[in-house]
Design a protein around this ligand. Structure first.
Ligand SMILES: Nc1ncnc2c1ncn2[C@@H]1O[C@H](COP(=O)(O)OP(=O)(O)OP(=O)(O)O)[C@@H](O)[C@H]1O
Ligand SMILES: [Mg+2]
Length: 464
């Protein structure tokens, strides 16, 4: 930016200041006749010209020095050499001092920046979830552990917003802010997966470098609570469901020891039933353990990507004996490049197995099962994110409306006898539901009595 010359008024004032006294003295000498006219006038002109030149140089130097200071204040990287006529000696010294000062300031700023980066790196790497809020309670940043916990992006993401809106946390924030004292509060988040989170609130006074006023340390207690709940549920349900086959086993053992002691034909028949009942008990225990495993991990989002078409093909192949027993055919329609992510291949295999097994079991004997995998159509019933939909449709008897919302409850069976005869325990869809929840997916069940049922699972997909 060119530097303008000094304004005329200021130039005149400076000229008068520098050349005023010698000019006055010369005028006085002229007036009293102590100096002859020509040398006197020449001297007068010379002193005015010299004063004007000095004033210009002086004012120009000062303006350029002021400009240099302004640039240093604005934090400009390298101060440019001050252009124009040579600087007066004392001003040159000041300019050099300004240059040194600005270099020092820059080094200081870099040091502060490095320290701040180190702070951020430590917070980011802490194993505990940590969220920093500004004075208005809005999230400024969340570290990696917090982002993993809430499945959101940097800052406020995903379910973190739900946590921050929770009335109990809002109250605790108000209290901690007013008293400037740490607080602890336990929060239960019902959706998308039930979670219990313990929050420690730590007010920051003075504020953090990034304006942070409140630090939230979170610890996810869901796993502990889920374990507690599961332990008691497991005992109740398992003992209830095991009682029937166990009673039948005890009954047959008594019969075999007593009335049927010598009846070889009856013994063979009873032992067959006993084997069936024991197998049923084994299945029940396997399913219950499977359900517990899924529940324990439900609040931890999966990692990995799953090629759904390949997985589905493998499951159909493995299911061949079950399908053959019901003379069912599977029609597949797989879109290429249907990749679910983040996803757990083992668990999605379990979903496919359960749905295919149900379609075979409750579908029409000799019927067709349609298994489809396609990208989710944008808009409509599915979430507004990239997703894939996996669907299993059968031609069975269908399910009456009132049962549909309850199918995913543990041990819920529409027709107990029929399910039991088919070897069902009523846990399959409960497991499916938990797996879908863990994937932040959706399960939609549609059915028309006498026509058939369709089970659709929406799963998040890799964008693009
Ligand atoms: N495709 C279907 N058509 C009709 N009814 C179904 C279908 N799928 C499930 N159901 C009903 O929903 C109930 C619950 O299904 P779920 O898969 O949870 O248990 P199950 O098949 O009985 O036992 P499990 O899967 O644990 O071996 C079934 O008992 C059945 O009544
Ligand atoms: Mg089932």
């Amino acid at each position: 930016m060119p530097i303008e010359g000094p304004p005329a008024g200021r130039l005149l004032a400076a000229t008068a200041l520098i050349g005023g006294v010698p000019a006055l003295v010369l005028l006085l000498l002229l007036a009293t006749g102590q100096v002859t006219v020509l040398p006197g006038l020449l001297g007068l002109a010379a002193s005015v010209v010299a004063a004007l030149a000095l004033a210009r140089l002086w004012l120009g130097n000062l303006r350029r020095l002021a400009e240099a200071l302004r640039r240093a204040e604005a934090g400009e990287d390298e101060l440019p050499d001050i252009p124009g006529p040579p600087l007066l000696p004392s001003i040159a010294e000041i300019a050099e001092a300004v240059r040194r000062l600005s270099r020092r300031l820059r080094e200081r700023a870099e040091q502060v920046w490095r320290l701040r980066r180190a702070d951020e790196a430590i917070v980011e790497a802490l194993p505990d979830p940590l969220v920093v809020l500004d004075g208005a309670g809005a999230p400024l940043r969340a570290n990696a552990a917090a982002r993993a916990l809430f499945g959101g992006g940097r800052g406020a993401g995903g379910d973190l917003a739900a946590l921050l809106r929770h009335p109990a946390l809002a109250d605790a924030l108000d209290a901690a802010g007013a008293e400037q004292a740490t607080r602890q509060v336990d929060i239960s988040l019902p959706v998308p997966v039930p979670r219990d989170i313990s929050v420690h609130l730590i007010p920051m006074e003075p504020a953090l470098a990034d304006g942070g006023r409140m630090v939230l340390f979170l610890s996810d207690r869901s796993r502990d609570r889920a374990l507690e709940r599961m332990r008691s549920d497991f005992v109740t349900n398992a003992s209830h469901e095991l009682r029937t086959p166990l009673a039948s086993l005890i009954g047959f053992i008594e019969t075999l020891r007593g009335p049927a002691q010598d009846d070889r034909e009856a013994q063979g028949r009873f032992l067959g039933i006993m084997a069936e009942q024991s197998e049923r008990m084994r299945r029940l225990i396997d399913d219950l353990l499977g359900l517990s495993r899924v529940e324990i991990t439900e609040h931890l989002p999966p990692v990995g990507r799953v090629d759904l078409a390949a997985l589905a093909q493998a499951e159909v192949t493995a299911m061949a004996p079950v399908l053959e027993a019901r003379r069912a055919t599977v029609e597949t329609a797989f879109a290429a490049e249907a990749v679910a992510a983040p996803a757990d291949a083992e668990q999605l295999g379990q979903v496919l197995r359960n749905l295919l097994e149900n379609a075979a079991r409750y579908g029409r004997e000799g019927g067709t099962i349609r298994l489809g995998i396609a990208p989710a159509a944008p808009g409509g019933r599915w979430p507004p994110r990239p997703g894939v939909v996996l669907s299993v449709a059968d031609e069975g008897l269908g399910i009456a409306k009132q049962h549909i919302p309850r199918l995913t409850e543990r041990f819920y069976r529409v027709d107990r006898g029929r399910s039991r005869n088919a070897g069902g325990t009523g846990l399959g869809l409960a497991i499916v539901k938990h797996i879908v929840n863990r994937h932040r997916g959706q399960l939609v069940i549609e059915s028309e009595e006498g026509v058939g049922s369709t089970f659709q699972v929406w799963l998040p997909a890799e964008p693009g």
